[in-house]
Design a protein around this ligand. Structure first.
Ligand code: TXA
Ligand code: MG
Length: 325
């Protein structure tokens, strides 16, 4: 494949990106969470290309991106509760798992053969403009090689995927910095909604809206347990979590003031820490740091998503011991 084009977020750049997607090519684009590696979700070959470009080891289902609720309703079946969630949180970092609509035309590689689909409307106007111009639902996992840290800047996408995808649409830094919250409404009738992955919408915000939210995989999603796989967001450095201080040979990553040292947020603000998380891990790798002791981060607000990503980043690294995305 020729070199990957870096397209500006201009009318021309957007038109080119949409044309590439419609032609079955892979185009990375910025969302509020991380950069996504987009492909036409109705094109089986394009979807297979996502797995090939990322080196993603297994057919873990992908999130479908659409510009608005009307487009989402052409892909998934919404009930009143799903519509209310969409009204409250879209556009934004909430992914809903819903029954797949018959005849939606989604390639089986997107849903890994499940009868449900994960779908969201991303926040940035540029992303929604791209999706509207593409006029197809777009499957998009994070735009990083499998097992590596998710990209929050166009340059990160090129670091990992240059030459393996057609284009990156420039979209600046991703303000949320961790992937979307995944909520399943596809359980049995009467089941509480299930939080499959903590992310950019805090659990507390969902609970304020819905009342009780369960955690963990859908019973019917096993044995693949999508969303529950131990995915690595792996820096080169080894991580030790919830550390009160660094030990010999470690560098400390604080959550709060750290004059002259590393911190995720001087103000100990979970949203600021989430936005900084992946960039900081990249910077610490670039600085050649081999062992990081990470401060405890409260499991509240975006802290839940940060701790989830840190646990994955700290997980054992033997190839093949876990799924990666
Ligand atoms: O923030 C995000 O969500 C980013 C940006 C690019 O939008 N996208 C992202 O996509 O993280 P991806 O494809 O890496 O996330 C897929 C996750 C997987 O963990 C998968 O298990 C879960 O969504 N998932 C997808 N379809 C599902 C389904 N039908 N049932 C349960 N989980 C599903
Ligand atoms: Mg990912």
């Amino acid at each position: 494949m020729p070199r990957t084009d870096l397209l500006p977020a201009t009318d021309e750049g957007l038109a080119r990106a949409a044309a590439l997607l419609r032609a079955g090519q892979l185009v990375a684009f910025a969302t509020e969470t991380v950069y996504g590696l987009g492909a036409d979700a109705t094109d089986a070959d394009a979807v297979a290309g996502i797995y090939a470009a990322k080196g993603r080891p297994s057919f873990n289902p992908l999130i479908v991106h659409v510009p608005d609720l009307a487009a989402a309703e052409r892909v998934a079946v919404f009930d009143a509760r799903a519509r209310a969630l969409a009204a409250a949180f879209w556009p934004g970092p909430l992914t809903l798992v819903l029954p797949l609509r018959d005849g939606a035309g989604i390639a089986p590689g997107v849903t890994a053969g499940l009868d449900t689909v994960a779908i969201r409307v991303p926040a940035p106007a540029t992303a929604r403009d791209l999706l509207a111009r593409t006029r197809r639902p777009v499957a998009a996992p994070s735009a990083n090689p499998s097992g590596r840290i998710s990209p929050t800047r166009a340059a990160h996408v090129l670091e990992g995927l240059d030459g393996r995808i057609a284009a990156v649409l420039e979209g600046g830094d991703c303000p949320v910095g961790v992937e979307s919250t995944i909520l399943s409404l596809a359980g049995a009738p009467g089941d509480a909604p299930r939080l499959l992955r903590p992310g950019g919408i805090p659990r507390e915000a969902l609970e304020a809206h819905l009342g009780e939210v369960e955690s963990g995989a859908d019973a019917k999603a096993t044995p693949t347990s999508p969303g529950q796989l131990l995915s690595h967001y792996a820096p080169r450095a080894r991580l030790r979590l919830s550390a009160p201080r660094a030990e010999a040979g470690e560098v400390y990553l604080a959550f709060g003031p750290a004059p002259g040292g590393w911190t995720l947020s001087t103000a100990a603000d979970p949203a600021e820490a989430a936005a900084a998380l992946f960039q900081t891990l990249r910077d610490m790798d670039a600085a050649g740091i081999a062992r990081i002791a990470v401060a405890p981060i409260p499991d509240a607000g975006l802290g839940l998503a940060i701790n989830d990503r840190l646990r994955r980043a700290a997980a054992p690294r033997d190839p093949g011991d876990a799924e990666a995305d």
